[in-house]
Design a protein around this ligand. Structure first.
Ligand code: DGL
Length: 291
């Protein structure tokens, strides 16, 4: 008898990537670079972004709805490319879904400790973290980091204005972005952290401007590349890696605006095409029916 609780995964199936908005495209870009033959289905909950100022309960509910939508597309693996969801809702999501599911927080935390320890092999040292209010309030990063190394301390700063600026299409050359970064990063610059975690998948879009605002010897940690490496390892060990022709990217969004296509194409340096609109009410309803 086949085990119905285990999904039937195959190499031709896509990798599903989910974020509250555009930021998860940083993970898509890293996956495309590392595994160009993989097809990707991307879901951006653009109607309900930002998640970073919402309660853990709301974030968990939205995440469950969006991942249920993606699971119906039969992916071989799902990536929560959103730090806020990874920090606040992963245990419940891992219980809910049988398809292999990974967040961005653990790979980012592990990379930050590796970098810090390369610079300071022994004793206490500190790492900076910039993230959304919900991610900072969850304390998920300090907990993950102290599980790896109790002597690595985290100085965290919530940066609530950055996500709206990025979703607006502002880049690191914007004078407004520079002023906001100066304000947020200045207290962290004072402590010269060994590494600075970009604890929000939107932030790598501003990485040059963030590096300019941080102290010159601080190394930025972008969990996108780390997460892509983890996904490749998992697919390899499950014998689910696809080889051959270039994979396809299909995008689904919950807002009908034109902004996603323009910003995504610019960000991925390739035309992204029209995203498919998903009515947020329909995913809310189908989740309620399945409860
Ligand atoms: N993608 C979210 C994260 O990585 C930031 C955007 C939001 O607040 O929804 O935390």
């Amino acid at each position: 008898m086949p085990d119905e609780s285990k999904p039937n995964l195959h190499a031709e199936a896509p990798i599903a990537v989910y974020d509250s908005g555009l930021g998860g495209l940083t993970v898509v870009r890293a996956i495309m670079r590392l595994m160009p033959s993989e097809s990707i289905v991307y879901f951006g909950d653009t109607a309900r972004v930002p998640y970073g100022n919402k309660s853990a309960r709301t974030v968990g509910l939205f995440a469950s709805q969006c991942l249920q939508f993606l699971a119906r597309l039969h992916p071989k693996i799902m990536v929560v490319a959103c730090n806020t969801v990874s920090a606040t809702a992963m245990p419940a999501l891992l219980r809910e879904f049988t398809i292999p599911l990974y967040g961005v927080l653990e790979p980012g935390a592990a990379a930050a400790v590796r970098i810090a320890r390369r610079r300071f092999p022994a004793g206490d040292c500190s790492i900076g973290l910039i993230a959304t209010e919900a991610t900072v309030a969850s304390r998920a990063y300090p907990m993950a980091i102290s599980r790896i190394d109790q002597h690595v301390h985290v100085a965290a700063r919530a940066c609530p204005l950055l996500v709206p600026l990025i979703e607006e299409g502002r880049d690191g050359d914007s004078p407004l972005v520079k002023i906001v970064l100066e304000e947020y990063i200045d207290p962290l610059r004072q402590i010269s952290p060994a590494a600075l975690i970009l604890g929000c998948t939107h932030y790598p879009i501003l990485s040059d401007a963030i590096a300019a605002a941080a102290s010159p010897d601080t190394i930025l940690v972008d969990s996108a590349a780390e997460t892509a490496a983890l996904v490749r390892n998992r697919l390899q060990s499950l014998e689910l890696l696809r080889t051959g022709s270039a994979g396809k990217l299909s995008c689904y969004v919950t807002d009908q605006g034109q902004r996603f296509e323009a910003i995504a194409s610019r960000f991925l340096s390739r035309p992204v095409g029209h995203p498919v609109w998903v009515d947020p009410e329909s995913i809310e309803t189908s989740t309620m029916e399945s409860i």
